[in-house]
Ligand binder design. Structure first.
Ligand SMILES: Cc1cc2nc3c(=O)[nH]c(=O)nc-3n(C[C@H](O)[C@H](O)[C@H](O)COP(=O)(O)O)c2cc1C
Length: 186
């Protein structure tokens, strides 16, 4: 089996990280992979915000907690009230992927770029996890203030985020794949 396929199949979400920060050259390799994702009419509509500052990650976690507490969704409120509420899992690096609002397909472009970040991380032995918190945080009343603080271009909308760091555990076993998800027309 090719190395690329092995990496794709072996990647699992990491939620327990070592404290140590990843090396700059590893970060650049991951970002380079993101920038080489496919994009509609090659617009490369992504922008990557790399956050390696614990205070800033904690601020985002706190904002996320407030948004969930005000969400009127019982399960989300419960999650935010938990003493174990650590949406960024103490990961040392967070990358937010933002898409150009005027591009043809920013969600597809940035989704492809985000997946490339995760696959590249796995290929060089770094753990990662895609996080859905951006949806909540950047649709909240704090969005504009946070975007400015994080230097996200006015033209771009934060879409996806993922955390990175050295794995504290081996990859978990993958859940079984759903059946009947393919049909063939030949
Ligand atoms: C759009 C999206 C949002 C996700 N949000 C979260 C999240 O907020 N927290 C989390 O721990 N994992 C999150 N995940 C990771 C999924 O839970 C994980 O990919 C899935 O359970 C399959 O496990 P695997 O990545 O180990 O194969 C997210 C994944 C995607 C694609």
């Amino acid at each position: 089996m090719s190395e690329a396929i092995k990496v794709l199949l072996n990647r699992r979400s990491t939620r327990v990280f070592k404290d140590e920060q990843i090396k700059d050259e590893e970060l650049e390799t991951i970002l380079e992979a993101g920038k080489f994702a496919p994009s509609a009419i090659n617009q490369q509509s992504w922008h990557f915000t790399v956050i390696q500052n614990k205070e800033v990650i904690d601020l985002l976690a706190e904002t996320f907690r407030e948004v969930l507490l005000n969400s009127n969704q019982e399960a989300m409120v419960k999650r935010a009230q938990s003493a174990n509420f650590k949406p960024y899992y103490n990961a040392p690096t967070l990358i937010i992927v933002s898409g150009d609002k005027n591009a043809v397909a920013p969600k597809a472009d940035c989704g492809a770029a985000t997946e490339n970040l995760l696959i590249a991380a796995e290929a060089i032995g770094i753990g990662s996890c895609w996080l859905g918190s951006s949806d909540y945080i950047f649709n909240s009343p704090k969005a504009a203030e946070l975007k400015e603080k994080l230097g996200i271009p006015e033209t771009h909308e934060p879409l996806y985020s993922a955390i990175f760091g050295y794995k504290a555990n081996d990859n978990a076993k993958a859940a079984p794949r759903k059946e009947n998800t393919v049909n063939y027309i030949r």
